[in-house]
Design a protein around this ligand. Structure first.
Ligand code: 4NP
Length: 155
């Protein structure tokens, strides 16, 4: 079993998109029974909300349905998930500072799994235009592909 939690700041753009892409990939490969995939935010400001309407629309244009409802990261997430995947340095630092002493999760960077894109961050699209959202999908598709292949090889 691979338990993966994707994390970004608000849990309404990048991490619900990552969760949706990864879930789609494991289902297409018929290996969804081996995975538990979720997402959460560093902040709780958007708790209970659907993903950002722009993110959902751009996702839809690429064949993805985002159904996630925003929630903040909890201390128990560090005890439950194998991988907690941050989208940028700020996310990684916040996660490291919140990890309890009995955390079992490996905190990793989403872009470390990229093979086509050379970048160390999945940039926050919230305050930008359309291009930011499509770029997020492109980078996340690359990173999810890389992460899934890494986990399959590891088995
Ligand atoms: P996300 O984007 O971290 O990709 O979900 C953001 C959404 C909302 C805010 C920041 C980032 N916000 O500050 O409200």
């Amino acid at each position: 079993m691979n338990r993966i939690l994707f994390v970004c700041l608000g849990n309404i753009c990048r991490s619900p998109m990552a969760e949706t892409i990864m879930q789609d990939m494991v289902e297409k490969e018929g290996v969804e029974a081996d995975f538990e995939i979720d997402s959460a935010g560093i902040i709780s400001y958007h708790e209970g909300e659907k993903a950002d309407g722009r993110m959902r629309n751009f996702a839809y244009q690429r064949g993805y349905f985002i159904t996630h409802i925003s929630r903040p990261v909890t201390t128990d997430d560090f005890r439950h998930f194998d991988y907690i995947v941050g989208m940028d340095d700020e996310n990684i630092r916040a996660l490291q500072s919140r990890a309890p002493s009995d955390s079992r999760a490996q905190i990793v960077r989403m872009t470390d799994f990229c093979r086509e894109y050379t970048t160390d961050t999945v940039p926050d699209p919230y305050y930008g235009g359309a291009q930011g959202f499509t770029y997020v999908i492109d980078v996340l598709e690359d990173a999810c592909r890389g992460m899934l292949d890494f986990l399959k090889e590891k088995k």
